[in-house]
Design a binder for this molecule. Sequence first.
Ligand SMILES: NC(=O)c1ccc[n+]([C@@H]2O[C@H](COP(=O)([O-])OP(=O)(O)OC[C@H]3O[C@@H](n4cnc5c(N)ncnc54)[C@H](OP(=O)(O)O)[C@@H]3O)[C@@H](O)[C@H]2O)c1
Length: 318
Amino acid sequence: MPEPTGTAAKGSILLTGATGFIGRRIQDRLIAEGWHLRVLARSASARAEFLNPRAEQVDGSLADAGALARGVAGSVAVINCAGTVRGSSFEDFMPANVTGVRGLCEAIERQSAPPALLHLSSLAAEAPEISDYARSKREGERVLAGFDTLNWTVLRPPAVYGPGDTEMRSALALARRGLVPVPGGDRSQRLSMLHVDDLAGAVLAWLRSPSAHLHHVYAIDDGKSDGYDWSEFAAAVRGTEKGRPLFLPLPTTLLNSFAWLNERIAGLTGRAIMLSRGKVRELTRSRWVATDNEAFGRISGWTPEIRLAEGVSGLFES
Ligand SMILES: NC(=O)c1ccc[n+]([C@@H]2O[C@H](COP(=O)([O-])OP(=O)(O)OC[C@H]3O[C@@H](n4cnc5c(N)ncnc54)[C@H](OP(=O)(O)O)[C@@H]3O)[C@@H](O)[C@H]2O)c1
């Protein structure tokens, strides 16, 4: 199995999901670090403008065996950042999050020197019963586990925020103005967070020695021990000097009503939705806390550098 080494020997990497919020940040960091980058991207992507012109595009999806074969050929590593995060049924999530992982592993397995694979799962995979999304991310990991001859590693990020994010930005903007909506109303809920640039840093750290992480699954975060409760979240996002925030409890029944309506509309229009009843269960779970920074850092040398206060100011003040 080839191991990516120092700068002079830098080879080709295949990245999937490069048009997405997280993938595009990883894409730019890899190119800046001198890797030859190949991206598997669908020409029909509405976000094709985010592809870096210095990346070599392989046109296709995770369902396209030919494109996958072209993408992995000669690569020293594969970073799977493609995934479906919106949907209202398991079938919506399955093609990218489960079947796509299998297709990618099969393409890698067919190589005479199979590249190492870093797969972006989600902290949600620790509770597959909670939603179709969480189940699909866990199923994707189970698919990987079936390829035990491959050199794979899984990262399970928690909520990721940063430039280019569209899901968390409005909640962060509201909290900065002093209004903090609390899904389910439980302010003692604990959540880990991670800035997208620290996640990109973790990918680069993994690339230094993928084999050292063989078959490891790491849930990583921004280094805030035991995550944030809502008061800590508000203090970090708003700053303590700006006065007390107003916490706005969002009752689960209300969220479920919106989610139910959303699901009906999605059923009629085919639109992919974020707020489903499964998402409500995710949003109101009492803890989503990552615990593997030390294990990952010990091997890779990675440490997160951007705390929530700093990351959020950078987002709104730049
Ligand atoms: N954002 C978070 O807070 C977070 C937290 C934990 C884990 N994750 C995981 O991180 C990954 C990326 O998330 P994100 O927030 O960046 O999502 P995103 O912005 O929706 O981007 C998803 C990417 O995957 C691509 N994609 C989706 N289905 C595909 C398919 N069948 N074949 C090829 N490409 C496909 C999309 O391409 P198109 O442009 O063509 O649609 C896009 O590039 C996902 O696996 C997600 O589960 C995200």
